[in-house]
Design a protein around this ligand. Structure first.
Ligand code: SAH
Length: 396
């Protein structure tokens, strides 16, 4: 095994159990290692600290597999880790398989560069780093053993692979490609998950708790769902007894899926749903000009700031949509507003939403701070894992 020597003083973040080793912390690599190979990490003093996956092309030069310098990284390692992920989720009564489940949440689950989402009998795996890519077959074996799933689809097509020098890879690893797309049932609402061409692994599992909250809040309320994608929040709002639900997205295919999902749920009042293909920024302006008002507004935009570099422009975009949302609320109206940008901290987001209320001339308060559900854990040492933040606000 090659050895990765850290510069003096650069072992601090490892001591705190942060799993990333940045290029600036590396003194040298002794021995040969190809991308994804396991290397032994040594402090400047020569003391072994960890075993990590070598990513020579990335600024994150290595990702720690284990802080036990004696632990082998092999097939059995991945079986143990994936099994532990499953057991962590089994401990939470709220997490039910039928609603879709994130089984492995990367760094925060001790498996850097690996995402695995379960939709019924189908597992979608996403490998985003050289190390996880190298261990593909061990990971697939471990997922099979832990879940007993019949189908595994690989969606290793996220942009971050490029930073690792990895090409995009998608396709069925296990099971028949001609099969139907999986369905999930989220609190009794059926949704079809397009694992092949949907966003992320097909569905936004990270908003499950928040969709349930929207359902609880929607009763009797006129509702506006911006960035509706395949209708997750919209259908839950209908299930919760919303008076009406207007849903906006710029993607025609996403709206088509949303309509299909509504049709899968004949128990829901389809006549209360309206779908609009439009740019949210322009449409919010239109709604204001048309003097429309709503009792509940949901703003769940895409990632405007993938990293801190884009934070400033993103902050403007978040501010703009939130100003319009505040203007469109009826008295006592509720706003559920989100940012999934890693580059926007929760404190900055709160500040942006505060400025938006001020600019809209609305008095507002935070009723709840919102986040991702328990199958998207955040390791205490890994604050980067806390990407989704939301606020439930009420205006006067
Ligand atoms: N709330 C959804 C997920 C939203 S994903 C859920 O719970 O499933 C973000 C969505 O925003 C995508 O569907 C994308 O098509 C849409 N989108 C991105 N930019 C947009 C814009 N400017 N106007 C309208 N929709 C946009």
């Amino acid at each position: 095994m090659a050895q990765l020597h850290l510069l003096p003083g650069k072992d601090r973040s490892l001591a705190l159990r942060h799993p990333w080793i940045f290029a600036g912390a590396v003194d040298r690599l002794s021995g040969r290692a190809r991308p994804g190979d396991t290397v032994e990490v040594l402090a400047a003093s020569g003391r072994p600290l960890a075993r990590a996956a070598w990513s020579p092309q990335s600024k994150i030069r290595a990702r720690v597999w284990t802080f036990d310098p004696e632990e082998s990284v092999d097939d059995a390692f991945f079986k143990r880790r994936v099994q532990a992920c499953l057991e962590r989720r089994r401990a939470i009564p709220d997490l039910r398989d039928e609603a879709g489940l994130r089984l492995v949440h990367g760094e925060s689950d001790g498996l850097p560069g690996l995402i695995a989402d379960c939709y019924g009998d189908t597992v979608v795996v996403q490998l985003t780093a050289a190390g996880s890519d190298k261990w593909r077959s061990a990971i697939v074996g471990a997922l099979r053993q832990a879940t007993g799933c019949e189908r595994i689809y690989e969606r290793s097509d996220s942009d971050v692979r490029r930073l690792e020098g990895l090409a995009p890879v998608s396709g069925w690893i296990l099971g028949c490609a001609s099969g139907d797309m999986p369905h999930i049932s989220e609190y009794g609402v059926r949704m079809k998950v397009d694992v092949v061409s949907g966003h992320k692994t097909g569905f936004y599992l990270d908003q499950r708790d928040n969709r349930r909250l929207a359902r609880e809040l929607a009763g009797g309320r006129t509702t506006l769902n911006c960035f509706c994608y395949t209708g997750g929040f919209s259908l839950q709002a209908l299930a919760g007894g919303a008076r009406s639900v207007l849903s906006i997205d710029s993607s025609g295919p996403a709206l088509a899926r949303a309509r299909d999902n509504l049709a899968l749920n004949p128990q829901l009042p389809a006549e209360r749903a309206e779908w609009r293909e439009a740019d949210v920024f322009a449409e919010l302006r239109e709604l204001k000009n048309a003097d429309r008002r709503f009792d509940l507004i949901i703003l769940d935009p895409p990632k405007f700031a993938p990293s801190a570099l884009h934070a400033e422009r993103a902050a403007r975009a978040y501010r703009d949509i939130n100003v319009f949302a505040f203007r469109l609320l009826n008295p006592s109206g509720l706003l559920m507003t989100y940012s999934c940008s890693g580059g926007i901290s929760s404190e900055l987001f709160r500040q942006i939403v505060g400025e938006a209320a001020l600019a809209a001339g609305r008095e507002a308060r935070i009723l709840r701070r919102l986040s991702a559900p328990a199958d998207h854990p955040v390791a205490l040492a890994f604050s980067e894992g806390e990407y989704l933040k939301g606020l439930l606000c009420q205006v006067e």
